[in-house]
Design a protein around this ligand. Structure first.
Ligand code: HAM
Length: 463
């Protein structure tokens, strides 16, 4: 088949009805948990001032440097399609004086984001996320609760074998020292780094730690680790977070190389993977295992070959969730200092795995009645009847665009309704309608104005 000329832009996809079913299911689970944990819904504009992201996410990040869709508007403003949602939510928190509300302010949101990345499985240029943010609370218990919420959402969506990869990247007190340490380690070894990391060495040396290039990983495995250089406060905070994880029985893995690609993080950072993946091979410890000596690799145990294949398959989509604490972001964006923590999950990635696992999504509400009609007058009366059924809350199906009775009855059969109501030319003139019971083929004729009440009675007694 020849491809149509006009297609959706590279890396951007239509969400077709069969995919939206998964999005809707994910939305419903998020909404239920948001209500339980008392998060209020917020939506911010899809376009923001470009400066919000260059300041908030960081000029030297891949997202701002290479992936932002930004442009100058007709009015001369510099705008960008939002590449992420945390900076916009903090902007809204400041703009609407939410620091005057009882703290913490707990917000959640669900929508599309835009990054000009190289499209591949689980990585798109327009993608959807759901996010939970807690603003105005510094305690480590919040970090643990955010992880727990995302873990619960994925569990409710029937994910098993989830792994929380966690690290602390310190704060503005201890990170500059660690940065200097990293520089003095990598500078003499610069020629062994990939070209991206040579650039990172000047702009953002922490990002070298999560480079996927083998030659960089070799050097990274011997590099100093942030966890050994946290200040007292960050050390205590991280220890407490891990203790809360233990309390909640969250299966976590310490990953001292996890730094995340956004500059606003402080202290705790984490990602959730569908299973232990080849993309995060440097895991040192999981809560249920004995602590291996430094540098030892934690090797996941697969139960059988099928598990192993699934795990490899799942690994390809990457992290499902990413987040952490961002205590300096509000101040950076011109607000009062506001400690905060949150995370986002990739909806396409989750939907992809749900589909792969064959998760069946039941149809919203199966119609129990089909309305068939023949002739102009009957069509008009049926149109009105549709509204009467809607008002009384009985789901119906119809095929008003079809004129052949046979086609309509075939459709009623296919849908599997209990009753078909037939309004032919004769019935329309007489003000009656035929009720056909599909299982027995039994038919009866009733007055048109009585049919809605009659169907209500029948469906109640026969259900
Ligand atoms: P992020 O790690 O950039 O964090 O994105 C979070 C999740 O969005 C990823 O784990 C992944 O599942 C999904 N994702 C990211 N990029 C793409 C893409 N190109 N295609 C498909 N899915 C993608 C953030 O965005 C932060 N705002 C998270 C956060 C909230 N931190 C604190 N609060």
């Amino acid at each position: 088949m020849r491809k149509p000329k006009l297609q959706s832009p590279t890396g951007m996809h239509d969400i077709l009805p069969e995919d939206w079913k998964y999005f809707q299911k994910i939305y419903n689970v998020c909404e239920e948990l948001a209500n339980f944990y008392e998060f209020a819904k917020i939506e911010t504009p899809i376009l923001e001032d470009t400066e919000l992201f260059s300041r908030g996410v960081g000029l030297a990040t891949d997202i701002v440097e290479k992936q932002m869709f930004s442009f100058k508007s007709r009015g001369g403003d510099y705008l960008a399609l939002r590449p992420e949602g945390t900076a916009p939510v903090v902007r809204a928190y400041i703009e609407h004086g939410m620091h005057n509300l009882p703290q913490p302010v707990k917000l959640w949101y669900f929508g599309p984001y835009f990054r000009a990345e190289k499209p591949q499985l689980g990585r798109y240029r327009q993608f959807w996320q759901f996010s939970f943010e807690v603003l105005g609370e510094a305690g480590p218990v919040i970090d643990a609760q955010i992880v727990q919420i995302f873990y619960n959402i994925l569990k409710d969506l029937k994910f098993k074998d989830l792994v929380v990869s966690v690290n602390s990247i310190g704060c503005s007190q201890c990170r500059p020292c660690f940065r200097r340490l990293l520089l003095s380690y990598f500078r003499p070894r610069e020629s062994f780094l990939c070209s991206d990391c040579r650039r990172r060495l000047r702009e953002n040396p922490l990002r070298i730690l999560d480079c996927k290039e083998e030659k960089c990983q070799m050097l990274v495995s011997q590099a100093p680790q942030m966890l050994d250089h946290l200040c007292e406060e960050c050390h205590k905070h991280f220890k407490d977070v891990l203790e809360f994880f233990e309390e909640l029985s969250l299966p976590y893995s310490l990953n001292p190389y996890l730094v995340r690609g956004l500059d606003y993080y402080t202290k705790t950072v984490f990602e959730i993977f569908p299973s232990l993946t080849s993309q995060e091979p440097k895991i040192l410890r999981s809560s249920s295992d004995e602590e291996p000596s430094q540098g030892q690799v934690f090797i996941p145990k697969f139960r059988n070959k099928e598990d192993e294949n699934n795990i490899e398959e799942h690994a390809k989509v990457g992290a499902l969730v990413g987040g952490g604490r961002y205590d300096n972001l509000a101040k950076l964006l011109g607000g009062k200092p506001t400690p905060a923590c949150g995370a986002s999950a990739g909806i396409e990635r989750i939907a992809l795995l749900l589909k792969e696992k064959g998760l069946k999504i039941p149809a919203a509400q199966k119609p129990k009645v089909f309305l068939a009609q023949l002739g102009e007058l009957a069509k008009r009366k049926t149109l009105k009847l549709v509204e009467e059924f809607r008002e009384i809350g009985i789901p119906i199906s119809e095929s008003l665009g079809r004129d052949s009775l046979k086609t309509q009855l075939n459709r009623a059969d296919k849908i599997g309704v209990k009753y078909t109501l037939i309004l032919g030319q004769k019935e329309a003139l007489e003000g009656t309608i035929i009720i056909k019971e599909m299982a027995t083929g039994k038919q009866e004729t009733v007055k048109l104005e009585k049919v809605v009440g009659e169907m209500k009675r029948k469906l109640k007694t026969k259900n």
